[in-house]
Design a protein around this ligand. Structure first.
Ligand SMILES: Nc1ncnc2c1ncn2[C@@H]1O[C@H](COP(=O)(O)OP(=O)(O)O)[C@@H](O)[C@H]1O
Ligand SMILES: [Mg+2]
Length: 370
């Protein structure tokens, strides 16, 4: 069994405890205090939510994933499907008809997972007020207490044309459910923060913010060393520190690297520089096709800019020095290239610094001598 997982929610033994965050989140849920979890992608927000649920015995969690919702009907479907997943199907169908009957829901089963799926009539659900019906269903579920709601990737609501109206509907419903905790989680730091910190937003100051950053090194290092030891690989602190620095400490990237180390080593191995390089080669072997595809679609200027950020870092990107190094004609050209690279999801801007979304792409560019 492989001790390192990535690309999915991690639970149980695979989850490195984050005592301070877990305590804060669990405490807020018990108190009915709404929370917004803010953090970059792959830092561990969703896994943290599941860990909190696991610690709250007998509590029920309504987990609504809003990733890639594009219409009001999508939001209704996700929430209703999450509700269906919580209870027995017979009582759910009764409830659903009572509260969302107007939306003409149909019920089916996902053939892959066997979980129930609810789809409302897309035309009927076009009206943002249809979300109000779905929220009546949620209110009904909240009866009996020991219940909390998670809206994961909450900022995605903004991408819907009627997003502001949906936020207003949710806000008024959530205000009525005083004793129920709502956990909002969002990846894109600025967008999620804006919903809660912009005075014009209906959610202004409505939730306690918890930042989900990297797992502190002193918690994470012993965890990783123990996980390596499960398969008779001997890692020391210097080895895992090197992984932390190399990956930039995004939890999912650390796990991906450790998984590659695992693939490229054998029981009894002492993990050293050679093991580190073998792991990197393993990652490049898996990802180079994707990296080639991503970089092939760039214009010459965009590619040069990407390489410049890889080599020199993403601060001061409009300085004369940066422009000269990347052979960009002007700050305007750099700005366009950085905009395109961000739109393509290769870079993102964080506190004034352009960073690689994937640290392995940066390493791959450098190792290819660009
Ligand atoms: N506490 C943790 N312990 C171990 N790995 C974790 C932990 N939190 C996150 N991860 C790693 O990060 C990846 C992304 O976690 P996830 O919870 O989906 O992040 P997010 O919701 O912030 O995008 C997981 O697949 C796992 O590899
Ligand atoms: Mg997530």
């Amino acid at each position: 069994m492989k001790p390192f997982k990535y690309g999915c929610v991690v639970t149980g033994d695979a989850f490195c405890p984050r005592p301070a965050l877990q305590k804060a989140l669990v405490g807020n849920i018990r108190d009915g205090q709404n929370v917004v979890l803010v953090g970059e992608r792959r830092m561990g927000k969703t896994s943290l939510v599941y860990a909190a649920h696991a610690a709250l015995s007998k509590w029920r969690m309504l987990y609504v994933d809003l990733l890639n919702v594009r219409t009001t009907a999508d939001v209704c479907n996700r929430a209703a499907t999450a509700a269906a997943a919580m209870g027995s199907s017979t009582s759910f169908a009764d409830r659903a008809l009572r509260f969302i009957g107007r939306l003409r829901p149909t019920f089916s089963v996902d053939p892959q997972t066997g979980s129930p799926v609810v789809s409302v009539d897309a035309r009927t659900a076009e009206d943002p007020r249809s979300l109000d019906d779905v929220m009546s269903l949620v209110s009904d579920l909240s009866r009996g207490g020991k219940f909390f709601v998670v809206f994961d990737e909450f900022q995605e609501i903004r991408k819907i044309d009627a997003g502001d109206q949906l936020l207003a509907v949710l806000r008024s419903r959530i205000q009525l459910l005083q004793d129920t905790c709502f956990v909002f989680s969002g990846s894109v730091r600025d967008a999620i923060a804006d919903i809660f910190s912009n005075p014009a937003s209906p959610f202004f100051k409505s939730a306690f913010a918890l930042t989900v950053g990297p797992v502190p090194d002193d918690d994470y290092a012993p965890f990783l060393i123990r996980r390596f030891a499960l398969g008779q690989r001997k890692a020391d602190r210097a080895f895992v520190d090197r992984i932390f620095d190399f990956t930039g400490r995004t939890t999912g990237d650390v796990q991906q690297f450790c998984s590659a180390v695992w693939n490229a080593s054998d029981p009894g191995d002492v993990l050293d520089d050679a093991a580190f390089k073998a792991a990197l080669a393993d990652i490049f072997a898996q990802e180079s096709g994707a990296f080639e595809g991503q970089t092939a679609s760039l214009t010459r200027f965009q590619f040069k800019t990407l390489v410049a950020v890889a080599r020199h870092g993403g601060r001061n990107v409009f300085s004369r020095e940066f422009l000269n190094r990347s052979e960009l004609p002007s700050a305007a050209a750099a700005s366009r290239a950085l905009g395109a690279l961000s739109a393509k999801g290769l870079l993102f801007l964080h506190l004034g610094e352009y960073k690689f979304f994937n640290p392995f792409l940066r390493a791959w560019l450098l190792s290819n001598g660009y």
